[in-house]
Design a protein around this ligand. Sequence first.
Ligand code: FAD
Length: 292
Amino acid sequence: PGPRVPELLAQGLSFSFEFFPPRDEAGTVALWETLRSLERLQPTFVSVTYGAGGSTRDRTIGITRKIAVETTMVPMAHLTCVGHTREEMTQVVRDLAGAGIRNVLALRGDPEAGPGTPWVTAPGGLTYASQLVALVRRLGDFSVGVAAFPLGHREAATLDDDVAVLLAKQSAGAEFAITEMFFQASDYASLVERAHAAGVTIPIVPGIMPITSLRQVTRMAELSGREVPASVVSRIAEQEGDAEAVRRAGIAVASELCESLLSDGAPGLHFYTLNKSKATSEIYANLRLPVG
Ligand code: FAD
C-alpha cells in the first residue's frame, strides 16, 4: 500500500490537487492531460471527489485506482453518506481497499435537493461525517481526512458548534482536515484559532479555488452559501469584458492568498483544480514553489 496522507503532512509543506470524475470520454481525456501535466509539480497527494448519491462511485474508484497504478502520485478518494446505506458505504470502502487506496476524505455530502436545503438521512444510512470517519477507520488501515469550514458550515448554528463538529470528527479518528474555499487569510487564521482552542490538533489544510471567470463568482456563492468578499469581486469585475484579464486578476488574488497562508504557517495548500492545470500551474510559478 502507498503512503498515508497524515504521514506526508508531517514531513513538511503539502501541496495537493483535487479533481472530479468526468461525465464523458472527452472529459476523461482532458482529465488525464491535466493529471499528467500537474504530475510534473510532484504534488504531495491528489484527490478525487465523490458525486451525489453515489453517481460517480465506479468512476471515483476507477480514477483513484488508475492514479495509484499508472502515475507517481498518491491518490485519495472522497466518500459521502448521500443516498447510501451503511452496507453500501462499507462496500465502497472495501472496493477502495481492493484498488490499493488507503486515503479517504470522509464527508456527509450536501442534501440531495441541493446545498442549503434540509438534510435527510438515507434509510439505513449515516447522518454525520463523524460516523463515516468511524466506519472507515473500523474497516482497515485507512487514513481519514475531513472537511472544515473557515466561515462555519452553512447549516451550523454558531462558529463554536462548527468547531465542536470538527473536534468530533477528530475524536472519531480523522487525522487531517481540508477547508472549503475562502478568500481571506484571516478567515483561515480564525478557524485555526477556534479549532485549537476547542482541542483540535490535526493539521487543517486550506482549500484554494482560483476564480478564473465572473460566472464562477456566482457559482461559488451558491455552493458555499457565502458571498465572495466585495474586495475580491471588485478586483475581478474591474476586468469585465476581457476574459484573459479576468483570469489574470483571479490568479493574482489566489496567489496573494496562498502567500499569506504559507507565511501564517499553514501546513500546505489544497487546490480545487476543476480538472484544469493552467491556474494551479500559474499560482505555483507565482509562489516560486519547487517543481520536479
Ligand atoms: P458534517 O461534518 O456531518 O457536518 C454537516 C452539518 O451537520 C454541519 O452543519 C455540522 O455542523 C452538523 N453536525 C455535524 N455533526 C453534528 C452533531 N453531532 N450534532 C449536530 N450537528 C452536527 N461533497 C460531495 O458530495 N462530494 C465530495 O467529494 C466533496 N468533497 C469535499 C471536499 C472538501 C475539502 C470540502 C470542504 C467539502 C466537500 N464536499 C463534498 C462538500 C460537503 O459534503 C458538504 O459541505 C456537506 O454539506 C458537509 O459535509 P461534512 O463532511 O462537513 O458534514
